[in-house]
Design a protein around this ligand. Structure first.
Ligand code: 2P0
Length: 318
């Protein structure tokens, strides 16, 4: 039995759209922050006595279709045939809207490869995790990471972006506890196929990535935050312009977004981002967390979670 832990990540420069759905190769590179407080623990045992894979998530039996195609990749690579027992626990506050395929497939990549006798490098693990879910490629690493879009399976992987002088923090605003209205995978495909803004999103992305790398290198928090908000809004604009039209925004999403804008106008370093759901994540610096919380408390009391950069995926038991 091998037990691994991987943390969720939030993209600052977003990934949205695949040019190869089978290999999960994205149209654009993306940059993310791995979070300390939200993670998945996954145990994998390959057992010759099993006659099928078995999967439980948070104590409930789930369809093996969520793990078997991924385990098949690991079995093929390791030259093994045994089925596996996979037991996952999400350590994400209930209904936080952060339960993510990123931490899930990063933990599964690490635990399954190790349990199958493979000893993959972080880059190889990132490539493998990507095959489960694109954003999982970034959760192999702690802190900031870039997923290079690449041109094929071998060149599409993430790597860490050390930023010792940035004391980042993130405040998650729980706008809604409801389950997602649309899966990001299908909506992503719809945006690529139908949004007239999608080509503009792709065309703009490379410059945004380069500006973000320069901002991280310079530890320029204002530039990092500005680029973070831009990327989120541009992604959501491309989503909204698809056919059928759709948005993840809810009324309180805008309330939170405007509160962040007001904070910034008052001189507090805070910038908003948002993923495939209505919750708002506020990127800030550790010293400013009390001010961010104070500004959001009136509307969102009991619905705020604070976290900091988290570590790389690790083996807990082998
Ligand atoms: C991201 N998201 O960069 C973007 C921003 C959501 C919004 O990656 O189809 O679960 O498994 O590759 O990684 C969520 O999509 O999609 C995501 P698949 P994934 O974090």
């Amino acid at each position: 039995m091998t037990l691994a832990r991987a943390h969720t990540n939030i993209a600052l420069i977003k990934y949205w759209g695949k040019r190869d759905a089978a290999l999960i190769l994205p149209y654009t590179s993306s940059i993310s922050l791995t979070l300390a407080d939200f993670y998945t623990d996954t145990a994998v045992t390959f057992d010759p006595a099993l006659d099928a894979d078995a999967f439980t998530l948070d104590g409930t039996v789930r369809p093996t279709t969520m793990v078997t195609p991924f385990l098949d990749l690991v079995r093929a690579r390791a030259g093994r045939h045994a089925f596996a027992r996979v037991t996952s626990v999400n350590h994400v506050p209930t209904a936080a809207g952060l339960a993510s395929s990123a931490s899930a497939y990063a933990a599964l990549a690490l635990a399954a490869s190790r349990a199958a006798g493979l000893r993959l490098s972080p880059r190889e693990l990132s490539q493998l995790a990507r095959r489960g879910s694109g954003s999982a490629s970034r959760s192999i690493f702690g802190g900031l990471a870039i997923w290079h879009r690449g041109t094929d399976d071998a060149t599409s992987f993430a790597e860490p972006l050390p930023a010792p002088n940035l004391k980042l923090a993130m405040v998650v605003v729980l706008v809604s506890a409801a389950a997602k209205t649309r899966s990001s995978r299908s909506l992503m495909a719809n945006t690529v196929a139908t949004s007239p803004y999608y080509p503009a999103w792709v065309a703009h992305n490379q410059a945004a990535v380069e500006e973000m790398l320069a901002a991280i290198d310079a530890a320029d928090f204002a530039a990092i935050g500005h680029l973070t908000e831009q990327s989120a809004m541009q992604m959501h604009a491309a989503i909204m312009a698809g056919d059928p039209a759709f948005t993840y925004f809810e009324p309180e999403t805008l309330v939170a977004w405007q509160a962040v804008q007001a904070l910034r106008e008052a001189g507090v370093p805070a910038y908003a981002t948002m993923d495939a759901g209505p919750n708002v994540k506020v990127l800030t610096v550790q010293d400013a967390v009390p001010q961010v919380l104070a500004a959001l408390e009136p509307q969102f009391a009991g619905r705020l979670l604070t976290t900091t950069p988290g570590p790389a995926a690790t083996i807990l038991e082998d």
